[in-house]
Design a protein around this ligand. Structure first.
Ligand SMILES: CC(C)(COP(=O)(O)OP(=O)(O)OC[C@H]1O[C@@H](n2cnc3c(N)ncnc32)[C@H](O)[C@@H]1OP(=O)(O)O)[C@@H](O)C(=O)NCCC(=O)NCCS
Length: 208
């Protein structure tokens, strides 16, 4: 398995990346924002994406988005093809895109919003901490990305204060200090996260 910083030679994978994201969104039934092949190609050509290939076969992908004049970056669009799941590939892709983000944007806070336990776990181990949406970027373009999520009405109803997704933030200033003090990586309390998710679903999802 090769995990590479993507470039224009990977344009041919843009279609399968979008299709895999769309298929997974359908199956999962919760928020994954839609992406077009043109958008993916932009990410491939500006060196802000990581692709995993198994002897040339598409296995996974993730990209960097830059917000609020480089004060924030997000590692978004994480996808692992179903044929390559449950073998630690997402973890490796996220580590690579995290390292790339730290290298290209050393002063930026890195954030993400997710409903997925796998992503919560991975982010937590990278040093992200759960936080409120008010601590994340207020760049309207970022939040516009949520429009294609089926839970967008919740975000609108709460005036962007909360949604089913949990916000997570890596603050380089805080983390550098912490690393010096206690280098051990912590594990996410998955029980607490599952409970929080279920409370939010009860509160926000309208009963059919
Ligand atoms: C979520 C996804 C990226 C995980 O990819 P993966 O390569 O199978 O993940 P990994 O094998 O690296 O697993 C990382 C950790 O998450 C856990 N995990 C993986 N899938 C999980 C799931 N569906 N539910 C709960 N935990 C999960 C693993 O057990 C592992 O935990 P550990 O460190 O305690 O062992 C993949 O299932 C996917 O592409 N899903 C659809 C798209 C998606 O949901 N993207 C995230 C958008 S926010």
């Amino acid at each position: 398995m090769e995990i590479l910083i993507a470039n224009e030679s990977h344009f041919k994978y843009a279609e399968i990346i979008c299709d895999t994201i769309a298929e997974s969104a359908k199956i999962r039934g919760t928020g994954i924002a839609k992406r077009t092949p043109e958008y993916i190609c932009k990410k491939l050509s500006n060196g802000n994406a990581v692709i995993a290939l198994d002897e040339g076969v598409f296995a996974g992908f993730c990209y960097i988005e830059v917000w609020g004049h480089e004060k924030f970056v997000a590692n978004s669009g994480l996808i692992v093809h179903p044929d390559f799941r449950d073998r630690g590939l997402a973890k490796q892709i996220k580590q690579k895109i995290f390292d790339l983000s730290r290298k290209k944007f050393p002063d930026a806070k890195i954030f993400g919003i997710t409903t997925g336990l796998a992503v919560m776990k991975i982010n937590y181990e990278l040093g992200y901490k759960p936080t409120t949406f008010s601590e994340l970027t207020d760049d309207p373009e970022f939040w516009k990305g949520c429009q294609t999520c089926k839970n967008f009405d919740i975000l609108t109803r709460t005036e962007r204060k909360m949604c089913l997704c949990t916000g997570m933030l890596y603050d380089p200033a805080v983390q550098t200090k912490k690393k010096e003090e206690e280098p051990e990586r912590e594990k996410l309390n998955t029980k607490a996260f599952k409970r929080l998710k279920s409370i939010k679903e009860t509160l926000f999802l309208k009963k059919k």
